[in-house]
Design a binder for this molecule. Structure first.
Ligand code: CP3
Length: 344
């Protein structure tokens, strides 16, 4: 059993810890040779659907990097597959949704499903991760937030301007509401099933919500993110993550979460001041900083720790996921620097 006083879980509750806990988004991925070796044999979706392999991929970076939390190997888009929209991970273009949702009819055609059944491989992976971790560090479960998932359903993949997403938001509010309600409902069930299977904290990824004006966030997104977070099993810490949202911090805070994840485009001290000190903060090293020398990485780590000011409730992380070309030794140097420079 992981102790409830493990530094990662204590930091989520804004309690004092002997050092600042650190983990990395996408810590299980292509920058690791162990992962690339498995990927040579299996497709990404196959790996996600093999709980034994997903657990192995989850645990490997914990052993190699010395991080203070594990994040389940899965993907935010898995929940879209049982909706019948035709999810595919293409080699060159990233994820693709073949049957995009563009109207009220499109929303109504989404298949109703029971996450506990349709995504049982995820919960089996959670159970296997807990066994394999053997109490070493806590396990973080996760899901995409309603807006970011809606953007994939509507655009069919990544997007530059989120034109179709915003167009539905502005011109077909009934369809938008129906879609966001469906997603919020499914996401809460999905996260609670991960928790029931053994996830000890959860992170909600609203990676692309930074494209919105504050007024639009408040009107079209906040109610659904808030409903998702409010429905999560009490007592389990929630990390609410997004990027490019320096102008939305107050609203993200209002939507909920015990810890707010911020990227490197905002100074950590300024962000925390805006959020208020009654919430934790996670971040916020630029992932590209891991391509600098270990000396420069250490300097940047020190700068972020200085901005956190030794306040309880800081979880060190990147501002977004580790990039595939990142040198593993630099990631290890970063983790060591966080532990050494924050020791108190
Ligand atoms: O953090 C972890 O190590 C846990 C696993 C995890 C993955 N995706 C594995 C993955 C997590 C937490 C995610 C979240 C995710 N997925 C997000 C939110 C975070 C973010 O990056 O903004 C988003 C937007 C996605 C959707 C997604 N999945 C994209 C855009 C892509 C293609 C681009 C890319 O980075 O490859 C994926 C594929 C994906 N998800 C891979 C991995 C390891 C690569 C698959 C491969 O091996 O080819």
């Amino acid at each position: 059993m992981t102790s409830p006083n493990h530094p990662f879980l204590a930091a989520c509750r804004r309690e004092k810890t002997p050092y600042t806990p650190v983990w990395l988004m996408r810590q299980a991925g292509r920058y690791m040779q162990e992962y690339r070796k498995l990927r040579a044999e299996f497709s990404f979706l196959e790996l996600c659907k093999r709980p034994d392999l997903a657990a192995e991929i989850t645990v490997t970076p914990v052993k190699r990097l010395g991080v203070d939390a594990a994040i389940l190997f899965a993907d935010i888009l898995l929940i879209l597959e049982p909706m019948g929209v035709g999810l595919e991970y293409s080699k060159d273009d990233g994820p693709v949704i073949h049957n995009q949702v563009r109207s009220r009819t499109g929303v109504e055609q989404l298949v109703e499903f029971e996450p506990a059944e349709a995504l049982s491989f995820v919960f089996e992976a959670v159970r296997k991760c807990r066994v394999a971790l053997d109490g070493r560090v806590p396990l973080i479960g996760f899901a995409g937030a309603p807006f970011t998932l809606a953007s994939y359903l509507i655009e069919g993949g990544g997007s530059r301007n989120y034109l179709r997403t915003k167009k539905m938001m502005y011109t077909d509010p009934g369809a938008w509401r129906a879609l966001m309600e469906r997603l919020a409902h499914a996401l809460a069930k999905y996260l609670n099933a991960q928790i029931a299977a053994g996830a000890q904290a959860v992170q909600l990824f609203d990676s692309w919500v930074g494209c919105l004006a504050p007024d639009d966030y408040e009107r079209y997104v906040l109610p659904y993110t808030r409903a998702t977070i409010a429905a999560i099993t009490p007592g389990v810490p929630v990390i609410h993550f997004s990027t490019g949202t320096a102008g939305l911090l107050r609203l993200l805070r209002a939507a909920g979460g015990d810890v707010i994840g911020v990227d490197w485009r905002v100074d950590l001290d300024a962000a925390w001041e805006r959020l208020g000190y009654d919430v934790g903060i996670q971040g916020n090293l630029d992932p590209v900083a891991l391509f600098a020398s270990p000396k420069e990485i250490r300097r940047k780590v020190a700068e972020i720790l200085k901005r956190a000011g030794g306040r309880p409730g800081h979880i060190f992380n990147l501002g977004h996921g580790v990039l595939p070309e990142t040198p593993v030794e630099n990631v290890i140097a970063m983790v060591e620097a966080v532990h050494e420079l924050s020791a108190r």
